[in-house]
Design a protein around this ligand. Structure first.
Ligand code: SF4
Length: 189
């Protein structure tokens, strides 16, 4: 059976390969309170976005599969006869959409093309804390990045263990306890 990669693992791998490894091996960070609260109002927010974007139809939580990628996306909006996945993030929008977020959305767009056999040219990310919707175009570069990253994640699922690489990101990382990148603090007198 061929391996099927979840878009959230593609996002995590681009954030840090070691974090993707922990999630793939069952050590994922539990949902935060903000995420739990967000889920309760998600359906309503998606319906409002669909209306604003003049979508003909909304599918909530469909499973998408294709290109070796599979997963349940928050919604698919049908706009002018084409599917556009919508991913909800329970955070404030960063000034520039981070590449891992774009890659995750693009992975859903690729899987949507295969699922519905219709061209999906873009996906949406909804940053719930600010009520902001951003569009991610499915470019050739992004498609290449998604497929290349999915191949790396597949290696993890087959037993490869990426080495944790200390970076400034480690400081606020929930997986720090597994990596052992706790910075030693020396008090100066
Ligand atoms: S602590 Fe650093 S190396 Fe470890 S998972 Fe987090 S970001 Fe990656």
């Amino acid at each position: 059976m061929s391996t099927c990669i979840n878009p959230s693992l593609i996002r995590q791998y681009l954030y840090c390969p070691a974090a993707a490894y922990y999630i793939a091996t069952g050590l994922a960070e539990p949902p935060t309170e903000r995420m739990r609260r967000g889920k309760e109002i998600q359906r309503e927010a998606i319906e409002a976005i669909a209306k604003a974007l003049q979508a003909e139809k909304v599918e909530h939580s469909p499973r998408l599969e294709g290109w070796g990628i599979c997963g349940v996306v928050d919604a698919v909006l049908w706009i002018r006869g084409r599917p556009a996945p919508l991913e909800v993030k329970y955070t404030t929008p960063p000034p520039k959409t981070p590449l891992p977020h774009k890659a995750q959305a693009a992975a859903y767009a690729l899987a949507a093309q295969a699922t519905y056999r219709k061209a999906a040219t873009h996906a949406y990310i909804y940053y719930a804390e600010a009520g902001e919707v951003r569009t991610v175009q499915l470019t050739q570069d992004l498609t290449h990045l998604v497929l290349q990253t999915a191949a790396q994640v597949a290696k993890i699922l087959k037993g490869w263990t990426p080495h944790p690489q200390p970076t400034p990101k480690c400081q606020g990382c929930w997986y720090k306890k597994y990596c052992g990148h706790t910075q030693t603090q020396v008090d100066t007198i």
